[in-house]
Design a protein. Structure first.
Length: 235
């Protein structure tokens, strides 16, 4: 085989490979149902099971990994079987908002704890965008006569590796002020998840975290005490 034919064959194979990779990527667009952008499938079976039983959920905790890891990777989840964990690690508030109906409203709880923001801030979303998504979730819950509790964003530290990035103390503080203001205006409840975990500089306390972002058992215990007190009427 001449070198010209060999070169033509290699180019042809390369083009086919590129075309195949494009067709595979195009076969499942990010907004296709199969892509499941909001990860609705994560709790679908559990939600169906709970919905079939009346009064099976008193409080739903809707959030990202801060909620998802509670009682699974660190700490102990609440003993009340009707306090339902609906956290999904890595999610932004846009994703959490999209699954609120399926993962929270459909369970008809008396109260909802809305937590999120860390992934948004890490990825460059503005505080106002984060606030607006959380307010939208609160408004939806309020419209369904569900008591609303909004958790402030927790602190971050570079205790073990660089994780702060855009999640600076000042930005977190500014976001939490926006969330507090939203709670006052909406007559909702604000849960200060930041102060119990923060040191004097506003960073996550090293002794309370497993990685600089998520609490360890001691950190979750502090948050549990706060939540227990705020939601005691729903025990």
């Amino acid at each position: 085989m001449s070198w010209k034919r060999l070169l033509l064959l290699m180019v042809t194979i390369g083009c086919v490979g590129v075309r195949d990779s494009y067709s595979q990527a195009e076969s499942t667009p990010a907004n296709a149902s199969a892509a499941d952008f909001a990860q609705l499938s994560r709790y679908q079976a559990l939600n169906t099971s709970l919905a079939e039983r009346a009064h099976s959920a008193t409080v739903v905790f809707l959030g990202d990994s801060m909620i998802d890891y509670w009682g699974t990777k660190a700490g102990v989840w609440f003993p009340n079987a009707k306090w339902i964990n609906r956290g999904i690690g890595g999610q932004t508030t846009s994703q959490i908002l999209l699954r609120e109906r399926a993962d929270a409203l459909s369970l008809h709880p008396e109260a909802i704890v809305i937590e999120g923001a860390s992934n948004d801030m890490r990825l460059g979303f503005s505080n106002e965008q984060i606030r607006d998504n959380i307010v939208s979730m609160a408004e939806l819950a309020h419209a369904h006569h569900i008591s609303v509790f909004i958790a402030g964003m927790t602190p971050v530290c570079d205790c073990f590796r660089d994780l702060t990035g855009l999640r600076t103390v000042d930005r977190i503080h500014a976001l939490n002020l926006l969330l507090e203001q939203a709670c006052r205006e909406g007559h909702w409840n604000y849960l200060d998840f930041n102060s119990p975990l923060a040191d004097s500089s506003g960073h996550m306390r090293r002794e309370l975290t497993i990685d600089g972002v998520h609490p360890n058992a001691a950190g979750y215990a502090l948050l549990a005490h706060l939540v227990d007190h705020a939601l005691k009427r729903y025990r």
